[in-house]
Write a protein of this length. Structure first.
Lengths: 278, 278
């Protein structure tokens, strides 16, 4: 006897796919904003899928969450107030609240169902959401950023791909609002897709951020379940230089981030450097 | 009218696959040693497939070839004589002969058909094979290494996965032969699969190499068409330390390798460091 061979396939674009053999589908719904599925895979454990795209998995979620959170959090000398736009699974918040300096962390997630499903199926990822310093708001992050000025030390944009509900999170006017919402030594980081697959997006974001912030830096991390496995993050900083920071680890229990990785992540392969030079 | 939607799927293990939409199959044969196909893909251009596994592609071959070759070639102060075991496509040789110090480069590839097919379908990869300093031998690299002693400055192991014809290239006795074939300040590097997928292999190779060489170092590169996108290389060095080398670029025309990437590639995520500590 044998059970059927069941595979989830993500079409990463029209020419590229990744497939994982799955044990079962644990949850499936269409929320107000997007399709949302939870599957149990043999290779990567449980996996959250939004609009057909892998968002996070048990086995490799630590890379994305640590690298989006800890690089800016170690660049700022004393981050007290932090905003996460998107990130309803809670993984970024979990890393943020590891920092003793943090007094308040706001999560602005537009789709409340993501938060609820993460608490149910990914409690180890959602764990930080119950920290008393955390203010979870089911709200449009774009509006939240517009309504706050000179308030945050660090803002993190944990968005889906630049289609559907997240498209406004890749717009220059949004980055301008982020700039206003930051204090005068504030830092923001956004996930900005793959240099192998999305160089045009990275170039445009880099130009937009450079026109607003004193410093713009790109850094990289290895994420197996995201297209091409090479993922980029764009940082805009008003004052602090990430290459002069992070000489010691401020948090425990990292599995990817170290002070050496902090610096190494900014060393770009030549073809990635050239994305900005064209 | 529309043509059929044709996909190549590599089962990277029993639970994981990668798919590429293809234009056509250009070549297909079973050699004395392995299945060999050449396909034309929309995402990555032409692709060489051995025993069903992606070996090299037009679009991302530069990463693997530059990082396997230039890291040891910049670690050795004056590499004159170099051996490549495997690597019949010629990509490693192409990078080796960019170094002005090189007087002789030997290629020992067991499957002559790989060399011929690469010259036909990947002339930009095979280009270095016609350099007058290159000695192309259709031969078993294991035997070649056994028959040479105190001869090479740098030996590079450009193997397929540790199954089929390449299994002997991951054995401790082979590394001992490599050690003997190197001069007393020689360096070797082998491709050693993915830390996300093959930690046990990496640990075993690291232990075996450490028992033979004064220094053992692991470094990483982003390769989208290899499983998980994170690829590792294990270096055994008799004297020279790669972290104290490579302060300037000795070759032109790299697309991935830079002196900063050289150093950054040795900064390991914590979970990769821990592969050796267990």
């Amino acid at each position: 006897m044998a059970q059927m061979d069941l595979w989830f396939t993500e079409r990463q674009n029209e020419n590229l796919s990744i497939g994982m053999r799955i044990k079962e589908t644990l949850h499936s719904e269409v929320t107000e904003f997007q399709g949302m599925d939870v599957i149990d895979t043999f290779q990567y454990g449980k996996m959250l899928v939004l609009d057909g795209c892998v968002m996070t998995t048990d086995k490799d979620e630590f890379v994305y969450h640590e690298m989006l959170a800890h690089v800016p959090m170690h660049t700022h000398p004393n981050p007290k107030k932090v905003l996460v736009v998107g990130g309803g699974d809670g993984g970024i918040i979990r890393e943020i609240v590891k920092h003793p300096s943090v007094e308040k962390a706001v999560l602005a997630e537009i789709d409340g169902r993501v938060i609820e499903i993460s608490k149910q199926y990914f409690p180890h990822i959602a764990s930080g959401l119950s920290d008393p310093r955390v203010d979870v708001q089911v709200a449009d992050g774009i509006v939240h950023v517009q309504e706050h000025e000179n308030e945050y030390d660090v803002i993190l944009i944990d968005s889906t791909d630049p289609i559907g509900p997240a498209v406004g999170l890749f717009a220059k006017e949004f980055y301008a609002s982020v700039h206003r919402a930051l204090k005068d030594d504030g830092i923001f980081v956004a996930q900005t897709e793959s240099p192998f697959k999305d160089p045009d997006l990275i170039r445009r974001v880099h130009e937009d951020v450079s026109s607003l912030f004193a410093q713009t830096h790109l850094y990289l991390a290895y994420i197996p379940t995201y297209p091409t496995g090479m993922w980029s993050f764009t940082m805009g900083s008003k004052r602090h230089n990430p290459l002069e920071a992070a000489n010691e680890l401020r948090v425990k229990d990292t599995r990817y981030y170290t002070p050496a990785i902090h610096k190494a992540a900014f060393a770009l392969p030549r073809f990635v450097e050239e994305i900005f030079r064209r």
